[in-house]
Design a protein around this ligand. Structure first.
Ligand code: ADP
Ligand code: MG
Length: 703
């Protein structure tokens, strides 16, 4: 029988929750913390000292020896530098353990080795981390011991954001401010803010660690750079939602326990479409916490996999020929008194507000489709988006049949009185429809799908931070809300103005709605006719960050300065070039040190068989034929290897980051493909005992 897992007592065991703060803090300090959490501002140093002391006591009671400011630099992963609580011993030689309010609130880190895209010259290398008081402090249990982790934002000396967190927090604030204007216009006097909520579903692969370590491509690039498909892929659809194998189940059980301890609401687990692919979804929560938790989910997956003798692959496309992994970013906006602005609601008033909000979101997505596309780009995602397994690189919105029809009627006649199907909700406006959202309507090919009371942004890559995507979403929607509020706050006849605005938004931005098959070639052509951007790769999308439109948007709302945007563009190009460079080097290494020598050994074996058969007076037709064929492919590989070496050398030396990135995309990647093709053909011919690395079948089916 299984041991009993006491989820209630496990949950948030390692988190300094509100409940624990209440217990450990004097009432007035607790109140101050809660006030800063909900209204912003800064904690007084006096209060900070008391909070730090309480945190330290709690942490030490739970075995902590160190604390760290835990942050999310532009590497896309997290960073931490541990400091022990140890202070100078007293005169008797007894050690003192201390943690001050100052150390809690603000940290200083030498930032010179983090990507900054030119924002910080080395002589100004200081970076500062500041506590994000809205995200809970937690304990991380590691081989290093137990560490008190303080979620922080990371900025340069001059206050420029050097991380994923700062812009997200800024965007949440502006989304709240602008959404509140609409909330008030519709008569809600109780709400004080609007919160962006996010639930990020995480896909991943698990492979055996021993085999993983035998493949340099997995170790260095996180994905296979060589390899032919196993005889069986995902064509039988037998893995999706299939019974969870024991070894995987044991991993999932441990993973859940570790996540629950961290206060992560790990909720759903299942096998995904590809062999060896799985998914975990937590319950949605405030966007910045969801971002922290998503990082913890990824990190914990890797750690627990290791413990189980496996490696967790978070790359967007670890294996060619089967599905890659993404991160569906479910997003909605809710008032602090519990009204979801994306929920059609129960009253006529709420239904009209819903239609207005929807029309504003459509407008935002249409106007800034390029930015949304950019926000979901990372190197690995280039192998996934538009590959008939993930949404295309073209951004469009799926509304479902019923809502799409409502929009169509409104646009065509200015009224929408018919409903295709479903029950009724009263809008109280004769020209607007009574409707009910048809939640069963599903479209898996859409990048941005309305799913009942939230939007699901499906383009984000599995390894990527969800920071950029949600920052862009919050900001573009804030802009659209702001424009709507500007009109409606000054309207003489509110109802009429709302109606007109809904119609206007839908009419002007209807082109972004697409309910059909996003995987089809027809859509690519149709999207082009509609004038929607199709930014095929990460590097094609970078310039969207610095268009005048983007700068006006981001500077206008104080999310990024032009300089910050330029720095992020630089980092994008640089990361791209560096990543492909690593992949190319790994291929060169594997080809010259593993694959080619093995194939040569195989040709040697064949040649001696040919010779000995001839000596025995038998004509070795098959062996000779094989030898010729292997030799030809070997020649092809050898030539392709040479080309790849040359292309990489020349790309590497290009000064301009943008040109360098494009050079890698247009020349190095094709050279990589040309090397892989003959190698993969050889894998099919060469004796398995001689083939130097575990195959797709070994990795995906023999766990
Ligand atoms: P799916 O059918 O896509 O699996 P689920 O209902 O299981 O949909 O939700 C997937 C994710 O969306 C979960 O993380 C869930 O918590 C989150 N989610 C549900 N409702 C909302 C909402 N209103 N806002 C944001 N995320 C939500
Ligand atoms: Mg989903």
């Amino acid at each position: 029988m299984n041991d009993i897992i006491d989820v209630e007592s496990l949950f948030a065991k390692n988190v300094f929750t509100v409940g624990k703060m209440k217990k450990y803090l004097p009432a007035e300090v607790f109140d101050e913390v809660m006030k800063v959490r909900s209204e912003g501002g800064e904690l007084s140093l006096k209060a900070a000292d008391i909070v730090a002391q309480a945190m330290k006591d709690w942490a030490i009671e739970n075995g902590a020896t160190h604390y760290t400011h835990w942050f999310q630099p532009l590497t896309g992963i997290t960073a931490e530098k541990h400091d022990a609580f140890v202070e100078h011993p007293d005169k008797d030689g007894n050690v003192l353990l201390k943690f001050s309010g100052k150390a809690l609130i603000k940290g200083e880190a030498d930032a010179s080795s983090f990507p900054s895209g030119g924002l910080r010259s080395t002589f100004e290398a200081r970076g500062y981390t500041a506590w994000d008081i809205t995200s809970p402090v937690f304990l991380k249990e590691d081989a290093t011991g137990t560490i008190l982790c303080i979620p922080t934002a990371f900025c340069s000396y001059k206050g420029e954001a050097l991380d994923m967190k700062t812009p997200l927090l800024r965007s949440m604030e502006v989304a709240s401010t602008q959404a509140m204007r609409l909330v008030k216009l519709f008569g809600n006097e109780k709400a004080t803010k609007v919160v962006a909520s996010v639930g990020a579903e995480q896909e991943y692969f698990l492979v055996d660690r021993e085999k993983y370590l035998q493949r340099e491509d997995l170790v260095f690039a996180g994905r296979t750079l060589f390899g032919t498909g196993a005889p069986k892929g995902q064509e039988l659809d037998d893995h999706y939602y299939g019974t969870i194998q024991e070894r995987i189940g044991a991993f999932m059980k441990d993973l859940n326990v570790e996540l629950w301890k961290l206060g992560v609401t790990a909720k759903t687990q299942h096998n995904e479409a590809a062999p060896a692919q799985h998914e975990l979804a937590p319950i949605y929560e405030t966007a910045n916490i969801a971002m922290d938790h998503n990082q913890l989910i990824m990190e914990t997956m890797e750690k627990v996999a290791n413990r189980h003798g496996m490696a967790c692959l978070l790359h967007e496309k670890p294996f060619a020929g089967v599905n890659g992994s993404g991160k569906h970013d479910n997003w909605s906006l809710t008032t602090d008194d519990g009204e979801n602005l994306l929920d059609p609601g129960a009253t006529p008033n709420e239904n009209v507000r819903f239609l207005l909000v929807l029309s504003c979101i459509l407008k935002a997505v249409d106007k800034h489709a390029d930015l949304l596309r950019q926000s979901a780009s990372c190197v690995g995602n280039d192998l996934r988006l538009g590959a008939s397994e993930a949404p295309p690189a073209i951004v469009s919105v799926f509304l479902g049949t019923q809502l799409e029809d409502v929009v169509k009627q409104l646009v065509e006649t200015g009224e929408a009185t018919n409903l295709i199907e479903g029950g009724k909700l009263n809008t109280g406006v004769s020209t607007l429809p009574d409707f009910e959202i048809d939640a069963t309507d599903r479209n898996r090919t859409s990048p941005f799908a309305f799913t009942g009371n939230k939007f699901e942004f499906r383009s984000v890559g599995s390894s990527d931070s969800i920071g950029a995507a949600n920052t862009v979403l919050n900001t573009i929607v804030a802009e659209s809300f702001c424009e709507a509020a500007d009109i409606l706050e000054n309207a003489e006849d509110f109802s009429l103005a709302v109606h007109d605005l809904i119609k206007k938004n839908f009419s002007e931005h209807q082109r972004i709605i697409f309910n059909g098959d996003g995987y089809s070639q027809g859509w690519v052509e149709e999207a082009q006719r509609r004038g929607l951007p199709n930014l095929k790769s990460m590097v094609d999308a970078v310039d969207s960050l610095t268009t005048e439109k983007a700068v006006a948007l981001f500077e206008g709302f104080g999310i990024y300065t032009r300089k910050e945007l330029e720095s992020r563009s630089e980092i994008m190009y640089e990361t791209y070039a560096k990543t492909i460079n690593i992949e190319a080097r790994t291929m060169v290494h594997m080809a010259s040190k593993q694959i080619i020598p093995s194939v040569i050994a195989y040709t040697g074996e064949l040649a001696s068989t040919v010779e000995s058969m001839r000596n025995a007076g038998v004509e070795p037709y098959v062996q000779l034929d094989l030898l010729k064929r292997v030799n030809e492919l070997l020649g092809e590989m050898y030539k392709a290897l040479d080309v790849l070496i040359t292309e990489r050398e020349s790309a590497k030396t290009i000064k301009s980051l943008k040109e360098r990135a494009f050079r890698y995309k247009d020349f190095v990647i094709p050279a990589m493909k040309a090397l892989r093709t003959p190698a993969d053909k050889l894998e099919m011919i060469v004796d398995k005992d001689i083939w130097p690395i575990p195959t797709y079948a070994d990795l995906m089916f023999e766990l």
